[in-house]
Design a protein around this ligand. Structure first.
Ligand SMILES: Nc1ncnc2c1ncn2[C@@H]1O[C@H](COP(=O)(O)OP(=O)(O)OP(=O)(O)O)[C@@H](O)[C@H]1O
Ligand SMILES: [Mg+2]
Length: 374
């Protein structure tokens, strides 16, 4: 775990970090994102003591790093800097093995891991192990930088815009690999980027920074759904939710409190309630609001007005759960050729109703191009 406690950093009289406090839980991938100059690199470098805070404390796994020897600390924290920082006079193999060797790890184990890491970052060990950094493209060097950060067996990896020099295709595949590696190896990673799409794709949590302050620190999902202020909304872009439709839940697109009726009422009353509310169907619920059926105007208008709803309603009504995402809701509606679907919570209580028009209005409020949806 990494914890910043009231960190302040001043350069002469200028404050660049202003009482910054943040906890990064072990095993999480946290992305720092924000405009140029907002202090991302400064914060990262404080963790491995390349920069000293003016005041405040940083705890790594519970110990105050001001009491830890910097060399020892850095050996245990992988660090990827933007221009890779590979040693030019060492081969790729020597670059990757430098720190594990310094730490006295078993040579056979080191060699095995070097090969595995090159495979993971998509470079053939036979071809690349004995080359020098200048014999690799910029993107390939960045991949070696990433492999090196993972070579140290450290629990913590700091990555400062590690993919910035890569073409979009390589970048996307390395994002996938990083995500996979992080889940498998359970590292704690702080990752700096300018790219919100990258952040959403890989982060457990995103920390949005501006002028050394935290504007919002939350999961990608919550940031997209509830941006803390206008700056965050602008930063993530208004159309962003549409790029990630799986983030829209049934709860976000349903009409809350749909018109309903209890089973003990009769057909006459049902027709009245429909007229009053200008709807042509009613959801039938028990006293505790559990959904038990559905009646439609078409289905009941010719029946005896005194019949109890319980005996005329359609049972086995299809419903979706509150946390089903937009894509699965649309799939359910298409598969069963229905224009609406009730939404229930985990105990089967009715919480809302999704209709084609509720989907359209949810989507258009996100400034979404509706042609894409239908
Ligand atoms: N040695 C220094 N002396 C004075 N000011 C500095 C020094 N190092 C950094 N700064 C200032 O501190 C602020 C934060 O810099 P930092 O490098 O952390 O920004 P950043 O968020 O990483 O930006 P970028 O996205 O451009 O990499 C900037 O305004 C920068 O000019
Ligand atoms: Mg920076």
């Amino acid at each position: 775990m990494i914890e910043f406690k009231n960190i302040i950093k001043k350069y002469r009289s200028k404050t660049v970090i202003n009482s910054f406090s943040l906890k990064v839980e072990a095993g999480q991938l946290v992305v720092f994102i924000g405009p140029s100059g907002c202090g991302k690199t400064t914060l990262l470098k404080m963790i491995n003591k390349l920069i000293q805070p003016t005041s405040g404390k940083i705890l790594v796994n519970g110990s105050d790093i001001s009491t830890v020897n910097p060399i020892e600390l850095r050996r245990n924290i992988g660090y990827v800097i933007q221009n890779t920082g590979l040693f030019p006079h060492m081969t790729i193999k020597e670059n990757l093995e430098l720190i594990p060797k310094l730490k006295g790890e078993d040579p056979a184990a080191i060699e095995k891991k070097t090969n595995e890491l090159l495979d993971i970052v998509g470079l053939n060990p036979k071809e690349y192990l004995h080359r020098y950094p200048k014999e690799l493209s910029g993107g390939q060097q960045q991949r070696i930088g990433v492999a090196r950060a993972f070579s140290t067996n450290s629990d913590i990896i700091l990555m400062d815009e590690p993919f910035s020099a890569l073409d979009p295709v390589t970048r996307s595949s390395l994002q996938d690999e990083l995500f996979q590696m992080q889940k498998e190896l359970n590292k704690t990673i702080i990752f700096v980027t300018h790219d919100m799409d990258e952040a959403i794709k890989i982060a457990d949590k995103i920390c949005i920074l501006k002028d050394g302050d935290i504007l919002q620190y939350d999961t990608p999902e919550n940031i997209l759904k509830n941006p803390a202020n206008d700056f965050v909304s602008d930063f993530i872009g208004k159309r962003r939710v549409w790029n990630n439709p799986e983030l829209l839940m049934a709860e976000d697109i349903m009409i809350p409190n749909p018109v309903k009726i209890t089973a003990k009422r009769n057909v006459l009353q049902a027709i009245e309630i429909m007229k009053e509310n200008k709807v042509d169907s009613l959801l039938v619920t028990e006293k505790n609001n559990r959904l038990i059926g559905l009646v439609t105007l078409k289905g009941i208008q010719l029946l005896n007005r005194n019949s109890e709803i319980e005996w005329v309603m359609e049972k086995n009504v299809l419903s979706v759960s509150q946390d089903a995402n937009l894509i699965s809701v649309l799939a359910t509606m298409n598969e069963h050729k229905i224009g609406y679907v009730p939404v229930i919570n985990s105990t089967g209580q009715l919480t809302g109703l999704i209709t084609r028009s509720s989907i359209l209005s949810a989507l258009s409020s996100q400034l979404i191009d509706m042609e894409v949806a239908f």
